[in-house]
Design a protein around this ligand. Sequence first.
Ligand code: GAL
Length: 342
Amino acid sequence: MKKRRGYVYLAIALTLLAIVAAFIFRGSEEQQEIGTVKFGIATYREDDTFISNMMGSLTEIASSYEEEFGVRLNLGIVHAQNSQSTQNDQIARFISLGYDVLCVNLVDRTNALYIIDRAMEANIPVVFFNREPVQEDLGKWDRLYYVGTDASENGRLEGQIIADAYHRDPGSIDKNGDGIIQYIMIEGEVRHQDAVLRTEGSVQAIRDAGIAVEKLDGGIASWERHTAAALAEQYFEKYGDQIEVVICNNDDMALGVIDMVERLELDFSNIVGIDGTPAGREAIRDGKMLGTVVIDYEAQAQLIFDIAYALATGVDPHEVADVREDQSARAPMYVITAQDYN
Ligand code: GAL
């Protein structure tokens, strides 16, 4: 009798063991199915403040995702030092190494075809970010996406900062009292959609607020602080007190103008920027700059991650992000001015 009971226990134990083993085996099979998801990330250059902040966020998002969901992610990050042909080679290498998805910050946004063709041949989806391919290129395949910001709206809000300051206290902006705002425009890049649309949008917003404007001068400073400082110095030497406002396509260039103001000991703070970098916000808090439009780079990094991960794992990106009909998703933005620190 005792012996029979022993057999029953043994049978139960073996059945339980088999169930547990089946679960473990299934688990490892699933893990094998998803495996490590490999993101090939390529930026146009390494020393761009906004882009490196965004890359920092992307890395953090990926590691918390790994911890939370127990998946393995491999982020390969390369920088093209402003050369499209270098970037093309970097992408070809990612493809040959079997990366699952590519996240590309193009050097030349009008020159995306090489990357698109290689990605299509290898059936590897691409999330372009920050430097927007032309619509004709993006529309070539339904596994190409773009994540960026609405640059016209960035510009409109930037112009609004100036218009609001003018309406609050006209004399603080229109220093010579002629009813016209004389301004200098410092732009990012010639063919960059953010530069072009921000420039147009900011000036248009001031006009729309019923204020006349006159452009004294302007130039390209490649989004860079030191280049903007040098350019602004030339303008201040040439136009001096005639300059009432300096409008910059991003915060780094606004900070360059501030560097010049401080070096030459000028009394000038009618400077606006876009991005909302930590240094930009600090300058606003310290009264060195009127305001900025904060582009939420963490939200932008989250969009890149969500869309890329969805594409790599066979999920429709529309299920995980607010993707527009043109296969783009846009990060949110908001304004910060000196008033916010009062
Ligand atoms: C803009 C950003 C700039 C610079 C540029 C690079 O959106 O405002 O600071 O990062 O992208 O493409």
